[in-house]
Design a protein around this ligand. Structure first.
Ligand code: CDP
Length: 229
């Protein structure tokens, strides 16, 4: 049977990546975390002092450096989960910090950054059989994806999930700062000029505020079979 393309978009910290990873594992598809690619670009900017004091990005210096940014994913054999590499170095932990979260949306709003990442994402999905999560996958990266899901949940629920995740990893975390960060990112992501976060017209919508991980996984698998059986 032909393998389809699955796009999962939605607001910050709403559990898209957990859903997407679970689904990909269940149906034997490749999972790509497009947000990790924007986070890796942000880490690159931080490493090259391209984040200016006012939080804006030195785009003049960044643009010619774009060909030097290579983001890839490799499966960690111990956890069975894909991890993010920036120029051959494992940055999975470094890209999930609050510092990266606080700079990523301005970086992801830069048109030439989006162009470069979108091209790489389209290349990764050229043969189908992929589950990709992000903000613009069903609208800009794969507008013809056979299955599109738009996920959301209340701000407080999302902030609690991200806070718990940071605490579990032993990262410093402050609930109010996490809540403020996700509201700011949602605002920047939804109002940027290029490929803003929005629900594709043909997306299935899921508010998972009151669903467990297992329940959302079952919902997604049901939708997949409904579309493909
Ligand atoms: O995990 P979380 O939902 O907090 O965010 P993420 O998926 O890791 O994405 C981090 C940031 O990258 C988002 O806030 C967006 O600014 C940006 N992003 C984007 O612009 N387009 C995508 N397809 C994916 C992420």
């Amino acid at each position: 049977m032909k393998k389809i393309t699955i796009a999962i978009d939605g607001h910050s910290s709403c559990g898209k990546s957990t859903m997407a990873k679970d689904l990909a594992r269940e149906i034997g598809y490749i999972y790509i975390d497009s947000g990790a690619m924007y986070r890796a670009c942000t880490l690159f900017c931080m490493q090259h002092n391209l984040v200016l004091a006012d939080g804006s990005i030195d785009t003049k210096t960044l643009e010619p450096l774009m060909p030097q940014i290579h983001v890839s994913f490799q499966l960690n054999p111990e956890t069975g989960r894909p991890e993010t590499y920036l120029n051959g170095i494992n940055v999975e932990r470094d890209i999930r910090t609050m510092e990266v979260s606080s700079h990523v949306s301005p970086v992801a709003a830069i048109p030439f950054v989006r162009k470069a990442m979108t091209q790489q994402q389209q290349q990764m999905g050229i043969e189908g059989g992929i589950v990709m999560d992000g903000r613009d996958i069903g609208t800009a990266v794969f507008p013809h994806a056979e299955m599109k899901v738009f996920v959301t949940a209340s701000d407080e629920v999302r902030a609690q999930r991200r806070y718990d995740e940071l605490v579990a990893k032993g990262e410093p975390a402050d609930f109010d700062a996490v809540l403020q960060n996700l509201r700011e990112r949602d605002h920047i992501d939804s109002t940027r000029a290029v490929a803003p976060l929005r629900q594709a017209e043909d997306a299935l919508v899921l508010d998972n505020s009151h669903l467990t991980i297992e329940e959302q996984k079952q919902w997604l698998i049901e939708q997949f079979h409904r579309l493909t059986d």
